[in-house]
Design a protein around this ligand. Structure first.
Ligand SMILES: Nc1ncnc2c1ncn2[C@@H]1O[C@H](COP(=O)(O)OP(=O)(O)OP(=O)(O)O)[C@@H](O)[C@H]1O
Length: 276
């Protein structure tokens, strides 16, 4: 049984003349321990898809399941990381993570909760910044806190919605490498939503392209059979990497999947268009 399963899912916003069908016929299965990336156009419905799995939205049609059971709302079995950090500004790095640990593992001894908190802060290399408040941190550091907090809650699946989208290119690359390292160490099930094709290929086992909206749907899964750990510099010269990139971009730019007015293309597709 897949850990996460979406079957024939559809979602619209609004009603009457203003009704927009954002997602249609979404089928998705994620196995335990798998790292899946959904890559798609801005405005196509990526956040809507994530919110359905997070339990923040209900589908109009179809079913969204975790471990075979319909998702009724948000829960600690799904750790969600959004683009805009969502940390509590009046708490330190340590307190932000500890609060989440305490909510989930309230029955543990204080000592055990402290150790657990410290371990995840160390995992994202923030031990030295543990007493700082979010306003004193860079965007990359804030997002590391979000990752530590989500992982410390030990969810069954980590849902990441454009987690590095607000970061500069160098910080983004560093955090991608850190996420890859953490994933290798934890083998946590991850669903990453991104508009960056290369990010998806660098990190995931499988890429699912999301076609243009409205009525966006997932294209055929593309397996990323590149050895790990993956070296971003070496990948640029790897023929298999280029093949996978070509397949994803080919689908996204192909008939029926390209951008419509008001939407922007995923990063690599945009540069592929410029070259073409
Ligand atoms: N609450 C809402 N009410 C009405 N329309 C909405 C609502 N939320 C999203 N939409 C519309 O649904 C479409 C998909 O939005 P969504 O945020 O899921 O896209 P996205 O792919 O995550 O975009 P981005 O990459 O820009 O964040 C957009 O056209 C958006 O304007």
């Amino acid at each position: 049984m897949p850990l996460v399963e979406l079957c024939n899912v559809g979602k619209s916003y609004g009603g009457g003349d203003t009704r927009t069908e954002v997602l249609r016929d979404i089928h998705l299965e994620i196995e335990k321990g798998e790292f899946v990336a959904v890559v798609g156009y801005s405005g196509a419905g990526k956040t809507t898809l994530m919110s359905l799995i997070a339990g923040l939205l209900r589908p109009d049609t179809g079913e969204v399941k975790l471990n075979g059971k319909a998702i009724e709302g948000p829960g600690p079995d799904r750790g969600v990381i959004f683009q805009n950090y969502s940390l509590l500004p009046w708490l330190t790095v340590y307190e932000n993570v500890y609060l989440a640990v305490d909510q989930i593992f309230g029955a543990w001894s204080t000592e055990k909760k402290r150790e657990h908190t410290e371990r995840y802060i160390a995992m994202v290399k923030l031990t030295e910044a543990r007493e700082k408040k979010p306003a004193q941190l860079s965007g990359g550091m804030r997002q590391r806190v979000s990752v530590a907090r989500a992982l410390a809650m030990d969810p069954e699946v980590l849902l990441m919605d454009e987690p590095f989208g607000a970061l500069d290119a160098l910080t983004r690359a560093t955090l991608q490498d850190e996420l890859a390292r953490i994933w290798r160490a934890t083998r946590k099930t991850v669903l990453l939503i991104t508009n960056d094709v290369d990010e998806g290929i660098l990190l995931a086992d499988r890429i699912l392209p999301l076609s243009k909206g409205p009525r966006a749907t997932l294209g055929p899964g593309i397996t990323v059979d590149l050895e790990r750990p993956r070296d971003r510099k070496a990948l640029n010269h790897d023929p298999r990497f280029k093949e996978i990139r070509g397949a994803v971009i080919g689908y996204l730019l192909g008939p029926g999947a390209g951008p419509r007015a008001g939407e922007s293309a995923p990063d690599a597709a945009r540069s592929a268009e410029a070259v073409a």
